[in-house]
Ligand binder design. Structure first.
Ligand SMILES: Cc1cc2nc3c(=O)[nH]c(=O)nc-3n(C[C@H](O)[C@H](O)[C@H](O)COP(=O)(O)OP(=O)(O)OC[C@H]3O[C@@H](n4cnc5c(N)ncnc54)[C@H](O)[C@@H]3O)c2cc1C
Length: 464
């Protein structure tokens, strides 16, 4: 135990003063904490869970190789890998005219043993010098004026309450956003619209016969089992799968668990399957927060709404942002400027890059949720969207619909010009959103004006 660790443990019941306190040891928090420590910052990581529960997370367990390539985090290996994923079959609501997407490097990767993966990320953070306090239930921020100067927390075993002061707080507490929700500051979006939340239920199932294509993920759009959302079946080896349902749109869609149970009853692959694990969760499905920082604090992972709005995948985005944040924290602390201005580089580096892709995908998500099942079935039948479009859309580039292309599709889609127009409009709005994010402001002073331009684009993204 080094001198700094001693200081933290010795004075646990009074005040401790790390450089950075990270709230939440999920994938995003562990990666950010590790990067902070690697940058030489004294880093404290808190989680309300026991250490042995870190990594237990209701999830689809799929993660693309591209995120590891972008961050330098070691690929999953050995028992951490459940399956290699290579390709996806995307089904419209009537489950006909499947779209076989292959060679999609942004999706190809693995399904992982989520527990082992989470434990590995925690271990890597600790090996880098992070001090981890499990069973620390953070209640909210300690404020000095508008500035966050620490967090208050309760030790789950002793009931002891402690105040932890640090130069920077990182809220990586996942969907609950426990610190963010208690900060009253115009830069901070406290609450998000119910329509921007996907409620999910998933089971890990052992099948009674081997999967036919055990490297291909299956995605089912809309339909009776996932209204305004999608269902998935991700392979976990040859004879087990992670399968679930995610629905958006607030109340009135039915419980995700009941929807999943109906899906399970109808879909032949699941007959006589055994449940290995089951559980529900929520995930944000919109663009990231307008600002990922405020005075003395940064937001990360699900707490910052860094999730792909189409498929709800957020592990990769949180890891990417965690690396950037560690580096920005180091710069800001070196310059002794932990204000929103001092931390702004985190916004510029993440939002005008990977965040831009997530924002433009929010338009695509709105298209998918607004079109009717009949329109979607028609679009798949006539191939109005092709596999390359889905790949382009996922990269946030939109789809091209150039003049020759447009003519070709008009011919195919002549029976439903309205749908073609919707597609074209979505493509154009995605490009506009992409451009808006490329112009992300250099300082908080221009944020409101920029945010208005984003809302102006979103207001047009109605495809009913
Ligand atoms: C059903 C479902 C399927 C999904 N499928 C996929 C998928 O296949 N691929 C993918 O990439 N993403 C998927 N996601 C999303 C993905 O799981 C999340 O985006 C990702 O795990 C977020 O990581 P995080 O570190 O931000 O938050 P989390 O993993 O939620 O970690 C937050 C941590 O903060 C801790 N915490 C919370 N409150 C407090 C508090 N008050 N005090 C102290 N600690 C606290 C929690 O204990 C937790 O350890 C799915 C999500 C769901 C719900």
């Amino acid at each position: 135990m080094d001198l700094y660790e001693c200081r933290i443990f010795q004075i646990r019941n009074t005040l401790i003063r790390p450089d950075v306190t990270v709230v939440g040891a999920g994938s995003a928090g562990c990666v950010a904490a590790r990067r902070c420590a690697e940058m030489g910052l004294r880093t404290l990581l808190l989680d309300r869970k026991d250490e042995s529960d870190i990594g237990k997370k209701v999830c689809g367990d799929e993660i693309s190789k591209s995120h590891f390539d972008a961050t330098g985090i070691d690929y999953p290996s050995g028992d951490e890998i459940s399956s290699i994923i290579s390709g996806a079959d995307v089904y419209p609501p009537n489950i006909e005219n499947v779209l076989n997407v292959r060679g999609w490097s942004d999706f190809d990767g693995w399904t992982v043993n989520r527990y082992m993966f989470g434990q590995r990320l925690l271990q890597e953070a600790k090996n880098a010098g992070v001090v981890f306090h499990p069973q620390s239930h953070v209640g909210g921020p300690i404020m000095r004026g508008d500035r966050v100067v620490g967090v208050y927390s309760k030790d789950a075993s002793s009931g002891e309450e402690i105040n932890i002061y640090s130069k920077l707080v990182i809220d990586a507490s996942g969907f609950p956003g426990v610190v963010r929700k208690k900060i009253d500051n115009p830069l901070v979006e406290q609450n998000i619209d119910k329509r921007d939340i996907a409620l999910c239920y998933r089971e890990i199932l052992s099948l009674n016969k081997p999967l036919e294509e055990s490297e291909v993920a299956r995605v089912f759009l809309g339909g009776d089992y996932s209204p305004n959302g999608y269902s998935w079946i991700f392979p976990k080896g040859h004879t087990s799968v992670n399968a679930g349902v995610g629905v958006t749109g607030g109340q009135g869609q039915g419980s995700p668990k009941n929807l999943f149970l109906s899906f399970k009853e109808e879909y032949p692959l699941f007959s006589d399957s055994k449940i290995l694990d089951g559980g529900g969760g929520a995930v944000p499905v919109r663009r990231p927060l307008k600002s990922l920082v405020s005075d003395g604090i940064a937001f990360l992972g699900d707490a910052a709404l860094m999730v792909n709005p189409i498929h709800g995948g957020g592990i990769g985005a949180g890891m990417r942002a965690g690396i950037i944040l560690g580096e920005v924290a180091k710069e800001a602390i070196a310059r002794k400027n932990l204000t929103a201005y001092g931390l702004w580089h985190f916004n510029s580096r993440f939002l005008s890059n990977f965040g831009r892709r997530l924002a433009s995908l929010e338009i695509f998500k709105r298209l998918l949720t607004d079109v009717t099942d009949e329109e979607m079935n028609y679009g798949f039948e006539k191939r109005l969207l092709e596999a390359e479009d889905l790949m382009g859309a996922n990269r946030g580039e939109g789809f091209s619909l150039g003049i020759t292309d447009k003519m070709r599709r008009v011919k195919r889609g002549i029976g439903n010009i309205t749908l073609l127009r919707k597609l074209q409009r979505a493509a154009s709005l995605m490009k506009k959103m992409d451009f808006a994010y490329s112009q992300y402001p250099n300082s908080p002073a221009q944020l409101d004006k920029w945010n208005e331009s984003v809302h102006f684009i979103l207001e047009q993204a109605v495809f009913k």
